[in-house]
Write a protein that binds this ligand. Sequence first.
Ligand code: SF4
Length: 422
Amino acid sequence: MQYLEKLMDQFSDTPRNIILHADVCRRGIKITEDLKNAAPNTCVTGITNKLQETVLEQIPIPNQFIFKADETTVDIKIDGKSPYEINKDGEGKYSLFCGGQNMGAVKFIKRPSYIDKQTSDGKDVANMIMQRGPFCLLVSPLDFCAYMRKDEACKYCLLSAAMEVAIEKKLIEAIPDYNVLAEAVSLACEDINLKDLKICGGALYNTSKEASYYKKCIEAILNRIDKPEELTVFSQAFEKEDQKDLQKLGVQNVLFNLEVWNEGLWPELLPGKTKAIGRKEWIKRLEDAVDVFGRGHVGTSFVAGFECAPRKGFLSQDEALKSYIEGFEFLIKRGIVPWFTVWTASPLVGGFSENDPPPTEFYLRLGETVHELLGKYGVYPDLGFNEMGVDPPTLGLYCNYCYSMSFTRDYPRLIGRNGKNG
Ligand code: SF4
């Protein structure tokens, strides 16, 4: 609690729920009986949840919690040392607590009925679909990473290892049958009012081949359901011709995540991506994507803080901040929207420990910078915000429900909300 108060003093102009969102992303949530008991009635098909369940063999817990006051949506990542807990208050309603103090009433996404359904060939729908927020689904056209299999995976990545474990356990297939996947999506659509379908998978050295899987997957799904309001692809940076094909299929948004900004660290931290594409070409393909999809429809994310992990040859925290800030401005000037996730050390990747990621202040400084730069270069209207302090009128790149693993999307929603600062 003292640390949280210190953050509130230090970032006194920042809305309180942005600070809480950042600190919960950094320090996680302690599992409690109340949180465990909430799981059977809530959505448990989120990304973090899947990783926690598949690899760490933790019990299912809700994916996200939502502050009732302003819909700020936060990923739940379990950490036994966290000061944060979700418990029922005296009236039996869920709230977030820090050091025993009630930080606000929260709710969860209700458990969708497709979780218990199977496709006609007996596959569990819940193993093929991830849900974020009340109305967005994510499916994967490629459930493995070729880099992992050649020992060239990105150094922070838990996903590639998780996919291998899930394939071994026969929970998923390396390349799913897209007709079965499409059936799973249509079963989910009986239950939720699908607005944004997100397509995101592993990686191949040959990005054209990788793109061909995305195209086939989208075609199969759109043969089965009406096109949702938005179609978003998260993938490696595809070539312009492949981007155009995706756009013709109805894709509106692409996220080609650079993950690491510092040029010198790219080969060491992203060996597979360096060999297959390279940083310079990745940035060029992001610029191409702005031509194809337009401003406000192209984004790139970073695993912020990893570049300053306490390892020989990595940056100091000050150097990393400076480098990220330069990188964000470089990208924003080119119509590319940067954002970041908060790096937390996984027990399974790289041998890092819990105190290796930078503190929450580091992330709040980065968040402020992204917000100021998006304002300075007039990007918010491209993201649907003609004014501050409102919920986004479209989903696009700034849906606060989907991107609950990051808090940058809270700035335009919460600053100036109800005529005050949060
Ligand atoms: S490309 Fe990198 S981040 Fe993506 S799955 Fe492979 S190792 Fe993980």
